[in-house]
Structures are given as structure tokens and as C-alpha cells.
Design a protein around this ligand. Structure first.
Ligand code: IVH
Length: 741
């Protein structure tokens, strides 16, 4: 929101410039449009900067802003000093003292073209302005995350924090010393004792006046925790805390509080990235942004470990890519990267262009929030009968993909967000996470009138598929269809679950076929699948003889399976793939599981009371036992082994990611060994990853492991780990827990 150069996107408000040149009275059409945009943007800016309570995502603001900027460029006679394009930030909130920044807090130009070409253009411009020729070496840059928080200026006099101020409009900010003082990562007194530093300058003596600038933010984990509590409180009807839209607004709200106790309870964090006034100037020992950050570290500030140097535009583009990959795994929001010319002398030579430095540029990541319209709310019936409301959306491009559906989870969630058909909503999609409706856009000032959609949502009382009663048990948030396998939706999904690759792996038994088999009553229970003959299959729509015979072969082939696949395929509530594997490993055979008590089940690694009770309840149902026996009678077999005590396994409870080409093991072999050793093979590196097993050409997963501090091992080390006892593993400093042998 803070930048003045904006992307040009099509806008939800139809741009007047694309219409014919009608006029409204004496005023040209575009002038009315400019007026309208100004009013709308002003309102959004007020909500964002002053109230910390925006009602549209940044991308929407950016679009409106871009349209206004384009209109003003095309019709300069209509530019007025009070236009939102002519100011930096927001007005100070009443109740705070005002602070005039001795050195203005500027914004950074946001580049539209974030491709390697955009990086090359930035580099080219810098080289030109510095008068460099092709023969000169690459310019050195810093690439820093663009933290998505609140910019703060911290003023230290003789090493003591005397004042903290928000950016405000860049010239005047608000005095928030009382709330900033509650942030533990902000030193109240600068450290003067030399601290170990990675590289670069030594700790400098503290200048008489030092202003440190950086971003106050809320960690995602803390944000989730605070919001979960606020939701619980509001559900319980007690006067609860406010539910926040995103970590940045929660952080901004906490800083701009009159009561420091509230700020303290939000547990804010701070990253330093620059300085304001410094006197006397200490640059003698510090010649670059990189060294400056080391010095700040030495004085006790937290500087992100993700800042990196880059030589020339090729490395700029590479860093942008890397940070883009890391983005979702971080515990704080970043919305792009900032490229800065590293050498302070060059920064000075390049100077400023009105409100922005010429030596820096921001390249944002694709927006993860966009506005769209709810066209319908359907209710889907899951495999276990759970009813899930799903919002059908007007297609919208968000977080790098086109989204048309978003789960609304359950009735409480829909009512809490009060999502209705016809509403304009903000859709959020971050990384691989399933898209969600973040909130409804109410009284959007961009729309002349803002009537609510239809009536509030209500869960149907009868199953939309089989018309059985819908029930919601006490203490449960979910509604369920009581039809069980009588409900064709549940039967279809039970069958699809059974046939999927990770279960019985029946190639060719897809959704279309399952629909026919269930709708024609050819399959009522799982064993019926094994009784389908070639003639019956040939009689189905779009089923040629060859595919029918292939399907028969696949069905036959699935009979030889493993106990874990069989258990997983049954679709017992709470028994996912890894629990099924743990059960199979622990008990060795099916009969032992059928007989196991809840207590015995709980002895299995990762099986708690809920899972144990669910397994017991499943096999206590007579019809489930009948299905199990019938499947065995159809010829389903697997090897049964001796029970294994889970704790003895060397990778018990560990998550391992394999990347690159290993010298001897294939990817599948490696995964199989990880699982056989009690571990879990995962495809993406996160803070929960215990090791990354890396071979040749490992790619971005290795970079991610390094940046998250995840241990990296090679194949030899991996094999040694599987071979050795747990005690040795402990001694060798691995992350393995102490285990019993
Ligand atoms: S440097 C003169 N570095 O982005 C340049 N700003 O448009 C001063 N921001 O609100 C800013 N991460 O709070 C700089 N690594 C970073 C940043 C960063 C986030 C914010 C800053 C300001 C906006 C600048």
C-alpha cells in the first residue's frame, strides 16, 4: 500500500478509459472517475493506515491506485495535491504524540516486471546512472526479504532507546515508544561488548544519536494462536479479543495501542534493515549495507538471516526465486524482495527521486489474496458422511492458480464469516494450501451500493444426496449424513478411496466408472468389486472390451497387497496412511488388530485415544467385520510378519525429504527404506523436516534445508543410520530421540 508506483491491472470497477468518450454534464467522464477513485482510495487508506482494519486485500488497492495513477498521467491537468498518489502514508491516529522524522522515512518503488528481465532492467539503469561500461565488474547488491509488517523508527541517544515512531506519512509519524518498548527483540540499551559477527565490520562504538529502522511484525504461529483463542472466546460468547485478518494488521493494531499491556500480550517481533539519523556519522568503518547490517547485529538487533549479497542481475533474479520458494515455509509474512545497491557511497551518488531512493527497488511476489464473488454454496458429502459447505466462486487468479472452489469447512465457519451467495469475498491461497474464503467484503466503498447476498447459510436437515437425516453430535462441529453406505455419495467415495494408488491401487477404477457402478447398484460393498465379471464391465458406458479386461486384471492384481494398504483402504475414521502402516508394523497381522483393546491400540506409536477408539469401534461393527471376512474370502492376501516394537526403529517419528540423484538408491528405494525404518518420507522441506537426504543436483530443496537449518545427510550417512543402533545415532549428534533397543 505504501508505494506510489503501482501495477496496471484490469480493475473490478470498469475503467472509464475503456468506455466511449461520453461526458457527464460538463465534466469529462474520466474526471468523474478520477474523483470516484480518489474517494475510494482515501477511504481504503484511512482504514488501512489509521484504523488498521482494511476491508479489501492489497492487490485490490493496488489495482485501483494503478488506474488512478494512469488516469492522472494521461490527464495531468486533473492532478491535485490532495490526490492519494501525492502522499506517502496515512494520517496519525488521534491520541498519539507526533514525531517529525529528522530523516524522512521513504518508500521503495515497486517494479511491475518481477521476471529476470525486470531485474536486468534495474541493473541496467543503475549501471547507466553510475556511468559504468560493459567492461566494468557487476554491481554488488543486497537482496532482502520485503517484510510485511509495520515500519518503525527507533531513536537511541547515547545508546538508550528514547523514542519509537511509526512511519506515518513519511515526514510525521506517531509516537509509539510505550508499545514498542514491550518488544523483546528491540534492545532498550544498545550492546557495546563486541559480538561475534559472520563477516564484515567490527562492532562500532555507539554514536551519540542513532536511529535504527526496521519492521515490526507478528510471527505466523503467534498470529494463529491469538486468532484461535479469539475465535474460541467469541464462540463461547465471552467478550473476546478481535479476530484479525492477517498478521500485519494484528501487528499494526498492537503497536498503535494506547495500552502497552495489550501490545505486550501480542508478542511482536522486529527485524532491523536500515538507519535514519546517525550522528556523528560513523561510515568510516562501514562501507556497505551488508556491513551496516552486521554492525546492527553487533549492537543487539535481529537482522534476518535471509539477507544475501548478489553480484549483477543474474544473482538478483536467482535470489528472488529462492525467496519465493521459501516464502511459505517461513514463520513470518514477506510479500516480495527488496534489491538495494550495497555500497553506501554508490547509494549516495544515486540519491533520491522525490520520495524514493534510486538505489533500491521492490519486486513483489504474486498476490495471495484476491476478491471474487460467491456464485453458490454447495454441500458435499464425504466418505465418512461429513457434510462440507463449498463456495463456488467466479474464477479468480490467486497465489499462482485459478481458483473456482473454496472449502468453507463447516456450518460454524460459514456463520462466523457470514458468507452468503452473491457476496464479494476475499479468497486466500498460499502455496499448496487449499484456497479459503478469508472474509466477506462488506460495505465496499468501491461499489455504490452494497447489499448483502441471500439469507444466511444453513446446513440442510436432510442429506442432499440420499435424503437421510443430517445429524450433529454434541460437542462436534461437523454435520454428518446418517445414511452410511446407504448414501450413494459415501459409497462412491469409499470405493474411490479403496481403489486409489496409495490404497489397493486399482488402475482404471476412476470416478466416472464408480458413479456408474454405484448408480446401477452393481457395487454395494467393497467385496462386490471382486465379483464384477467381464460381461458386466463391458456393459458399462464408455467401456471397450480391452479396457474392461485391463480393469479385470487390475482388480485381480490388487488382491495381492499389504496389510497397511488393506487397513488404509477400509477408510476407518482417523486412520490415514501412516497410522495404517504403524498399526500393520506393530501388530504384524490382521487378527491381532481385530482383537486389540483400546489400550493395546494406544501402545502403537502416534495412536492416541481418539484413533484407538475409532479403530475399535470400526471392528466392533458387525457389518464391517463381514466386509473384512468377505474380502479375505475373495482372495485378498498379504504377508503377515512378526509384530515389531515401534520404538526400536531408527527413524521412528522422523520426517525425511529426499532430493537429487542418490549414488545407489532410487527415489522409491529410499522412500521405502525410510518408511521401513519407521520414518515418514515427505516431498517438501519445512521446519518440521528432520533430515534432507541429498544426492547430485539437489535443487531448491537443499537451499531451503540450509536456510531453515535442517540437517542434510548423504546416502552413506543415511545407510549407516539405518544400520546402526539408536544409541550410536544419538552420540553422532543426530536428531534421533532416545529409543529402546
Ligand atoms: S528499506 C529507503 N528494506 O517496505 C528505503 N524496507 O516501501 C527504506 N520494507 O514500509 C526502506 N522490508 O517498512 C526496506 N528489507 C526492507 C524492507 C522494507 C519491508 C518496507 C518498509 C516500508 C516499505 C518501503
Amino acid at each position: 500500500m505504501e508505494n506510489s508506483h503501482r501495477f496496471t491491472y484490469p480493475t473490478l470497477l470498469t475503467p472509464v478509459v475503456q468506455r466511449d468518450d461520453r461526458t457527464m454534464g460538463d465534466t469529462p467522464d474520466f474526471a468523474a472517475r478520477i474523483e470516484r477513485l480518489r474517494a475510494v482510495l482515501q477511504d481504503h487508506a484511512h482504514r488501512y493506515y489509521v484504523l488498521d482494519d482494511p476491508i479489501v486485500p492489497d492487490a485490490e488497492y493496488d489495482r485501483l491506485y494503478a488506474e488512478l495513477a494512469a488516469l492522472e498521467t494521461a490527464h495531468p491537468q486533473w492532478v491535485s495535491p490532495d490526490s492519494p498518489t501525492q502522499r506517502i502514508g496515512g494520517k496519525p491516529l488521534e491520541g498519539f504524540g507526533q514525531v517529525r522524522h529528522r530523516v524522512p522515512m521513504r518508500s521503495i518503488r515497486t517494479e511491475t516486471d518481477t521476471t529476470p528481465m525486470g531485474a536486468a532492467q534495474f541493473d541496467l539503469r543503475i549501471r547507466k546512472e553510475l556511468g559504468l561500461s560493459d567492461a566494468d565488474p557487476p554491481v554488488v547488491y543486497m537482496v532482502e526479504p520485503k517484510f510485511d509488517g509495520l515500519a518503525i523508527n527507533l531513536r537511541y541517544e547515547h545508546g538508550v532507546l528514547v523514542q519509537a515512531a511509526t512511519r506515518g506519512d513519511g515526514e510525521m509519524g506517531e509516537d509509539v515508544t510505550h508499545t514498542i518498548r514491550t518488544i523483546r527483540q528491540i534492545p532498550l540499551r544498545l550492546a557495546v561488548a563486541p559480538q561475534p559477527m559472520a563477516e564484515g565490520a567490527e562492532v562500532q562504538e555507539v554514536p551519540e544519536v542513532l536511529e535504527v529502522r526496521g519492521e515490526v511484525y507478528l510471527r505466523r504461529s503467534v498470529f494463529r494462536e491469538l486468532n484461535a483463542r479469539a475465535q474460541q472466546e467469541s464462540a463461547a460468547g465471552t467478550h473476546g479479543a478481535k479476530v484479525f485478518v492477517n498478521p500485519r494488521n494484528a501487528a499494526a493494531g498492537a503497536v498503535r495501542q494506547l495500552d502497552p499491556a495489550i501490545a505486550a500480550s501480542r508478542r511482536l517481533s522486529f527485524f532491523a534493515y536500515g538507519v535514519g539519523e546517525v550522528s556523528p556519522v560513523f561510515w568510516a568503518g562501514c562501507t556497505s549495507q551488508w556491513e551496516l547490517l552486521q554492525v546492527l547485529r553487533g549492537w543487539g538487533f535481529l537482522v534476518s538471516t535471509l539477507v544475501q549479497r548478489a553480484h549483477g542481475h543474474g544473482e538478483l533474479a536467482a535470489r528472488y526465486q529462492e525467496l519465493g520458494v521459501l516464502r511459505d515455509a517461513l514463520d513470518f509474512d514477506i510479500d516480495g524482495v527488496v534489491y538495494k545497491v550495497d555500497a553506501l557511497a554508490l547509494q549516495e551518488r544515486l540519491g533520491y527521486l522525490t520520495r524514493e531512493p534510486r538505489w533500491a527497488v521492490a519486486h513483489k511476489f504474486p498476490a495471495q489474496e484476491q476478491i471474487t464473488t460467491v456464485q453458490a454454496i454447495d454441500v458435499q458429502v464425504g466418505r465418512t458422511g461429513k457434510l462440507t459447505p463449498v463456495a463456488r466462486l467466479a474464477p479468480v487468479f490467486v497465489g499462482g492458480a485459478t481458483v473456482t472452489n473454496a472449502s468453507l469447512h463447516n456450518e460454524d465457519e460459514v456463520l462466523r464469516k457470514d458468507v452468503r451467495v452473491g457476496d464479494r469475498v476475499v479468497v486466500r491461497r498460499a502455496g499448496d494450501v487449499i484456497p479459503e474464503v478469508a472474509y466477506v467484503v462488506l460495505d465496499d466503498p468501491a461499489e455504490a451500493s452494497c447489499e448483502r447476498g441471500a439469507n444466511p447459510f444453513r446446513m440442510p436437515v436432510l442429506c442432499p444426496v440420499c435424503a437421510s437425516h443430517v445429524v450433529r453430535e454434541d460437542g462436534e462441529v461437523d454435520h454428518r449424513c446418517s445414511g452410511g453406505l446407504h448414501c450413494s455419495a459415501q459409497r462412491k467415495q469409499a470405493l474411490a478411496h479403496w481403489a486409489q494408488k496409495r490404497a489397493l491401487d486399482i488402475d482404471g477404477l476412476g470416478d466416472k466408472l464408480i458413479d456408474q457402478l454405484v448408480d446401477r447398484d452393481l457395487v454395494r460393498t467393497l467385496p462386490d468389486v471382486y465379483r464384477l465379471d467381464l460381461d458386466t464391465l463391458c456393459g458399462l458406458e464408455r467401456m471397450a472390451e480391452l479396457s474392461a479386461s485391463n480393469l479385470r486384471t487390475a482388480i485381480e492384481g490388487s488382491k495381492r497387497t499389504t496389510l497397511a494398504r488393506f487397513l488404509y483402504g477400509l477408510g476407518i475414521r482417523h486412520v490415514g496412511e501412516s497410522t495404517a502402516k504403524a498399526l500393520a508394523r506393530h501388530f504384524g497381522g490382521l487378527d491381532a488388530i481385530l482383537r486389540a483393546t483400546v489400550e493395546q491400540l494406544q501402545a502403537v506409536d502416534d495412536v492416541g485415544p481418539t484413533v484407538a477408539r475409532s479403530v475399535r469401534a470400526f471392528f466392533d461393527e458387525h457389518h464391517n467385520l463381514t466386509v473384512v471376512q468377505a474380502l479375505r474370502a475373495c482372495g485378498l492376501t498379504w504377508e503377515e510378519g512378526a509384530p515389531v516394537q515401534a520404538q526400536a526403529l531408527p527413524l521412528q517419528g522422523k520426517t525425511v525429504v529426499v532430493t537429487g540423484t542418490l549414488p545407489t538408491l532410487s527415489r522409491e528405494d529410499a522412500h521405502a527404506r525410510i518408511e521401513a525404518a519407521g520414518g515418514k518420507a515427505s516431498s517438501s522441506v519445512s521446519q518440521r523436516t528432520h533430515f534432507v537426504l541429498a544426492g547430485e543436483n539437489p535443487g531448491s530443496k537443499l537451499a531451503k534445508a540450509h536456510s531453515l537449518g535442517v540437517r542434510v545427510i548423504d546416502e552413506a550417512e543415511f545407510l549407516a543410520m539405518l544400520g546402526m543402533g539408536a544409541e550410536q545415532a544419538d552420540e553422532s549428534g543426530t536428531l534421533m530421540q532416545k529409543t529402546l533397543v
